[in-house]
Design a protein around this ligand. Structure first.
Ligand code: CP
Length: 267
């Protein structure tokens, strides 16, 4: 059984990025690839991008989706535990996409699941499919997925997107972290990756890129954010060619199509 709990579970990321490029070129070629397959979207925390892009990806591959996005209306509200819910949905579907509130939950689910589990974010743990779409966006813009300079800015401690991406990039990039919200200067970087302050995990404070910060970013650098954003990036920056966060969101669809397609022979 091939679960995707941590980005470490992806053995050949470069080949995977090439498969995303193929799918993005002609997505319709794959419209029947997952016919007769069913995906469960099991979300214990809110989501717009991850849940919807998995739903869209599965549908565009010809598959169907069972959505438990509003757990209040499921038996979770009657006290059912994660393991029992996961076992149950394993009888009804071929793969489970799971978002939970606590780091480690996806691994616990995998221990009892009869179908592959894809971790769609476990508390402040990891968010491996976000990492894949981040890497794909970097690859499209820089022409490579390693050997560059990246600066992470924001709530580093509680950001699962940072934790997963940093695991990959620390192997072959110059990685810097800026977790103070009072910065005048930014390190010289190819990629600036901002994250929101995770108030739902107890983090406090706020920050926003200033015009001065932005003026000092190299003209060929790129600015990324996993979204949702709060005040970190002013909306006037959205039309700047260095702003790549909407490309990330769009690439999320193709990355998840490529990922689900890689499971087509399961179970
Ligand atoms: N980036 C991300 O995980 O967004 P959602 O919370 O909207 O899924």
């Amino acid at each position: 059984m091939k679960h995707l709990i941590s980005i470490d579970d992806m053995s050949d990321i470069d080949s995977f990025l090439l498969s995303v490029k193929d799918i993005k070129t002609v997505p319709k070629l794959h419209q029947f690839d997952l016919q007769n397959k069913i995906l469960t979207n099991l979300f214990y925390e809110p989501s717009t991008r991850t849940s919807s892009s998995f739903h869209s990806a599965m549908t565009r591959l010809g598959g169907k989706v069972l959505s438990i996005n509003e757990i209040t209306y499921s038996s979770v509200s009657k006290g059912e535990n994660l393991q029992d819910t996961v076992r149950t949905m394993g009888y009804y579907s071929d793969i489970i996409v799971l978002r939970t509130q606590n780091a480690g939950d996806a691994g616990l689910a995998a221990e009892v699941s009869s179908v592959p589990i894809i971790n769609a974010g476990d508390g402040n743990g990891e968010h491996p499919t976000q990492t894949l779409l981040d890497l794909y966006t970097i690859y499209e813009n820089l022409g490579r997925s390693g050997n560059f300079r990246i600066t992470f800015i924001g709530d580093i401690e509680n950001s699962r997107t940072v934790h997963s991406l940093a695991k990959v990039l620390e192997k072959n990039c110059r990685v810097e972290y800026l977790d103070t919200y009072n910065f005048d200067t930014l390190p010289l970087s190819d990629v600036y990756y901002l994250t929101r302050v995770q108030r739902e995990r107890g983090s406090t404070g706020s920050y926003q890129l200033t015009e001065n910060n932005i003026r000092k970013m190299p003209g060929d650098s790129i600015v990324m954010h996993p979204f949702p954003r709060n005040e970190e990036i002013p909306s006037w920056f959205d039309s700047d060619p260095r702003a790549k966060y909407f490309e990330q969101i769009k690439n999320g669809l193709y990355v998840r199509m490529a990922l689900l397609r890689s499971y087509r022979d399961f179970p």
